[in-house]
Design a binder for this molecule. Structure first.
Ligand code: NAD
Ligand code: IPM
Ligand code: MN
Length: 371
């Protein structure tokens, strides 16, 4: 038996998680594995009603489960950042899910890339640090001090921090910070995964040619860990990486990214596969509670219309079952998704004519047919 906390969240999160749960239940059913689900009311509706984001009770509920199956958050009625930081980022950091794993492989014929390119990339995104640490604010009226010699003065001036800006003299900032320990554990995981999967190298992405302090340390650690693990590291600047992912994704296997660049590159990774509608994501604490979700957000532009592609959520469920120790059930889910794609039983974003529910039902039927 597996115990899973389910948080559908906002917008299409609700629609795609409903289908993901159906597929998980069908796949576990074929193997006589019981899934015990505990539903959570996380997201904008509750926030607007009660002001609550991710509460201590929510965290306790997640802790008594083995994994969290999450939809998406984000709502145009709520200012950007409140739900995202207050729920999603808080969940990732509270459970120290320092690995964000986002696979990207060619789903023929849905990849928009020319030719029959085959690629099979695992993006690993450091998931707790970098520009996501919340080290930001507004320096009130300090343009005099900062204009002269920013770096030196920042150490001397009396910093008056605020959360809002009112004057042209203000500076807003967000600091990208990583701990050496944080990079070390992330690099260890990257090289260990490369070894486990038989991949010949790890590609580490950064912007060490400009952010020399932050990504200088990143490179030092990756070079050291590469030697320790006996697996080569290849460095790519993030701008060149964005280009290379479109031009020659087959060159890459394990791609290790700092948090912010990983966020951006994995939307490219999604698009070259076949779109955000098929991209899954695991927020992993190798020794704790992990959380599985689609890469996409709440998609307010199509929410409530039955247009959302449930495959990303379904494949996130597959990643969850793999991680819970039943990769055989994961394989069954992936097989059914592949078959549905092959038979064009897909939603409009992939050129199909099915609704979210019909696409989910088609995959459930395929899972059952494999018995
Ligand atoms: P988004 O990922 O929600 O949507 C981007 C585009 O892709 C939209 O046009 C959308 O219709 C389309 N799309 C996304 N998923 C799809 C699916 N399953 N099927 C078909 N089409 C799909 O990104 P956004 O519009 O920038 O953000 C909307 C909200 O979601 C924001 O509040 C954002 O902060 C939040 N967000 C949350 C998460 C998350 O919960 N993990 C991830 C990304 C964005
Ligand atoms: C993602 C999302 C989140 C992120 C946002 C909603 C906080 O874009 O999961 O990719 O930036 O990590
Ligand atoms: Mn993102």
């Amino acid at each position: 038996m597996f115990k899973v906390a389910v948080a559908p969240g906002d917008g299409i999160g609700k629609e795609v998680i409903a289908e993901g749960v159906k597929v998980l239940q069908a796949a576990c059913g074929t193997e006589h594995v019981e899934l015990q689900l505990e539903y959570m009311d996380l997201g904008s509706d509750r926030y607007l009603r009660t002001g609550e984001l991710l509460t201590d009770d929510d965290i306790a509920l997640m802790k008594r489960n083995q994994a969290v199956y999450f939809g998406a958050i984000g709502d145009p009625r709520v200012a950007p950042g409140i739900l995202e930081k207050g729920i999603l980022i808080k969940m990732r950091t509270t459970f120290d899910q320092y690995i964000n794993m986002r696979p990207s492989k060619a789903w023929h014929p849905y990849t928009p890339l020319k030719g029959e390119k085959n690629f099979d990339i695992i993006f690993l995104r450091e998931n707790t640090e970098d520009f996501y640490m919340g080290a930001g604010g507004v320096l009130k009226g300090r343009s005099d001090a900062v204009d002269l010699e920013l770096k030196r003065k920042l150490y001397d001036i009396d910093l008056t921090l605020s959360s809002s800006s009112t004057s042209a003299d203000d500076y807003a900032f967000e600091i990208g910070m990583m701990s050496r320990r944080g990079i070390e554990r992330f690099a260890d995981y990257s090289f260990e995964l490369a070894k486990k999967m038989g991949r010949p190298k790890v590609t580490a992405v950064d912007k060490a040619n400009v952010c020399t302090s932050l990504y200088g340390m990143w490179r030092e650690v990756f070079s050291q860990k590469s030697k320790e693990h006996g697996i080569p590291v290849e460095y790519m600047y993030v701008d060149a990486m964005a280009m290379a992912l479109v031009r020659a994704p087959e060159r890459f296997g394990i791609v290790a990214c700092p948090n912010m660049f990983g966020d951006i590159l994995t939307d490219i990774g999604a698009e070259i596969m076949g779109g955000l509608g098929v991209a899954a994501s695991g927020n992993i604490n190798p020794n704790g509670v992990s959380m599985f979700e689609p890469v996409h957000g709440s998609a307010p532009d199509i929410a409530g219309q039955g247009k959302a592609n449930p495959i990303a959520a379904i494949l996130a469920g597959k990643m969850m079952i793999d991680q819970l120790g039943r990769p055989d059930i994961g394989k069954l889910i992936e097989w059914a998704v592949k078959m549905a794609m092959k038979q064009k039983m897909v939603t409009p974003d992939m050129g199909g004519a099915l609704t979210t529910k019909q696409a989910g039902d088609a995959i459930v039927d395929l899972v059952r047919s494999a018995q």
